[in-house]
Design a protein. Sequence first.
Length: 249
Amino acid sequence: MEATSITDKQFWIDYWKSKDFNIKLTDKPAFYTIFDEIISKQNTLSCLEIGGFPGYYSIYIKNKFPYSSTTLFDFVIVKEKLKELYSANNIKESAIQVLEGDINTFTFNTKYDFVFSLGFIEHFYDTKFVIQKHIDALNDNGSLLITLPNFRGINGFINKKFDIDNYNAHNIKCMDINFLKHTCEELKLSSISVSYYGGFSIWLEDMGKLNSLNKLFFYTLKFVGKAVSKIIPLKNRLFSPYIIIRAKR
């Protein structure tokens, strides 16, 4: 059995080669409070980032929690881009173990205290299979964190209207918290929490696709939505940009 990917290898090679990695990463990336809680409070010693190229969070963990070992696994590793990012953030290439392979066939010979992926499972049709692969890499009582975008609300509408190619690269059906809860229960996970995360936010992978009028609409909606969410911090299917799964093995 395997999970059919919505995207292919060339899609990700082209995607990452188009990005600039000569950037200094922020000390407080999105979700950093969750990472800090899991790693510091539970004395996490080994971490695995699945589908995480170029490893933004592996770098964050290594910088803030140097006692934790970090491993980055992905289908596509563009080595020159990795070197570019490491150099910009004063990270030695040996500091983070890098594994390249297909999630369908790869066997993790090491088990980890903390396994996480951010924006990965929604690129496959068989969500249950992909989550199981995360669990297979977990130590007993290890912590699992999975985040995925919520394209069933306003942000999904924006992507569908203005960047249909990016929208179609995602499995929209899996972006359902009840479905995800049920899947985690079937996989015998414990301490399961599935919830919407974050206040109002919209984004597009390529703003260059918008004409002037559509850019005005986009930025107006973004400004108004953020202003409203500061007054009324709603976390639900319509407004929240992310879904977060937390569980224990």
